[in-house]
Write a protein that binds this ligand. Structure first.
Ligand code: KG4
Length: 343
């Protein structure tokens, strides 16, 4: 079963053809990051317009690269939430038109479910149940993945996402958008231990996280340095900042595994590309005898293949949408839209 999959929730327009949820036949991606870098972050209006300009050609490219005809497509899958609403609308409505024209089922895919499913493409043996740590530019959450389509949210950030925090910290340290990779590179140049940065916890909700205080602390340090003329050890700050993010994420992931009884842990999302976070997760999992899946770097960020992978399992579970399916900026990972649409 070949699925044509669309992803447009942020600043990547992506179209892929995926066979049986596990095999990527093509994965066409156009990143707009260079354009948004001019403004230091994603400009939603520009993102939507770029999706409009790119999506038809990318669809042709995805079909061509896969070597399949339109008639061989068995279903269309698309991200319907969460994301920048204008951006999601473009991909979703294009996908609806394609499904309508080809007379094939339309499958709604939750973006974070897609990030988790990116791991199915890299690891053929991976199957639920497992615990997923999802960390991207817009979301950070701990999810119990009970089956391919049954998810329970265990904890989440109460404010900023880990990726947003990386991007803003990088910006005040003079690095381009998106700042995660430059911060990772800069942090390699220091052992850290210079800056005392806050670690947050949410009373009564041990698996919830918070990154806004950490973000503000870095912004304040940068502004103070600017005002006083006292130089900042940028590499040490990047390293200490990364350690603070690790302290927020890794112990909670281990606790979530303990509480949910899962011994397989899966990382997902753009921030899963961070070398320090990967190493910290690996060493904690090794210590406890947990099996850890870290997606290859190319599958950490947004892509269409991950939507095709999850779309296949949603399809098998009976998820179908009609032409009235709307796009949403926020939607829980256990969204009833996916459940109710199952026939
Ligand atoms: O998953 P993604 O491509 O988009 C969303 O769905 O949000 O994640 C993008 C985020 C950005 O915030 C980017 O700075 C971050 O992933 N990122 C990283 C690294 N590479 C990308 N953060 C930390 N370290 C990295 N190496």
């Amino acid at each position: 079963m070949k699925i044509l999959a669309f992803e447009s929730s942020c600043d990547e327009t992506a179209v892929a053809v995926v066979e049986n949820g596990r095999s990527v036949l093509s994965d066409a991606i156009l990143s707009q990051a260079d354009m948004h870098a001019l403004y230091g972050g994603v400009v939603p209006e520009i993102a939507s317009r770029r999706h409009v300009e790119a999506i038809a050609a990318l669809t042709e490219q995805a079909l061509r690269d896969a070597g399949v005809t339109r008639e061989q497509i068995g279903a269309v899958a698309a991200t319907y939430a969460p994301g920048l609403i204008g951006a999601v609308l473009v991909g979703l409505n294009f996908a609806k038109s394609v499904a309508y024209a080809l007379r094939v089922p339309l499958i709604p895919v939750h973006h974070i479910r897609g990030h988790i499913a990116a791991n199915y493409l890299a690891f053929p043996e991976l199957e639920p149940p497992f615990l997923a740590l999802c960390m991207s530019g817009g979301n950070t959450l701990l999810v119990d993945v009970k089956t391919y389509t049954d998810f329970a949210l265990l904890g989440a950030t109460r404010d900023d996402a880990a990726g947003e925090c990386f991007d803003k910290a990088a910006r005040v340290l003079g690095m381009p958008y998106p700042g995660g990779k430059p911060m990772d590179d800069l942090a390699q140049q220091s052992e850290g231990g210079v800056y005392d940065l806050p670690r947050a916890s949410v009373e009564g909700h041990e698996l919830d996280m918070s990154f806004s205080g950490l973000k503000t602390a870095v912004v304040n340090l940068a502004h103070n340095a600017e005002q006083t003329g006292r130089p900042l050890d940028r590499a040490a700050l990047a390293r200490d900042f990364t350690q603070a993010v690790i302290d927020e994420l890794v112990p909670r992931t281990m606790r979530a595994a303990e509480l949910s009884g899962r011994s397989t842990i899966v990382a997902a999302g753009g921030v899963a590309a961070n070398s320090f976070i990967r190493a910290a997760l690996q060493s904690e999992c090794d210590r406890r005898g947990y099996r850890l899946y870290l997606p290859p770097l190319r599958l950490c960020g947004d892509n269409g293949a991950m939507i095709g992978a999850q779309g296949y399992y949603e399809y098998l579970a009976g998820a179908r949408a009609d032409m009235s399916l709307n796009a949403y900026a926020t939607r829980d990972i256990d969204d009833p839209i996916c459940t109710y649409s199952k026939q």
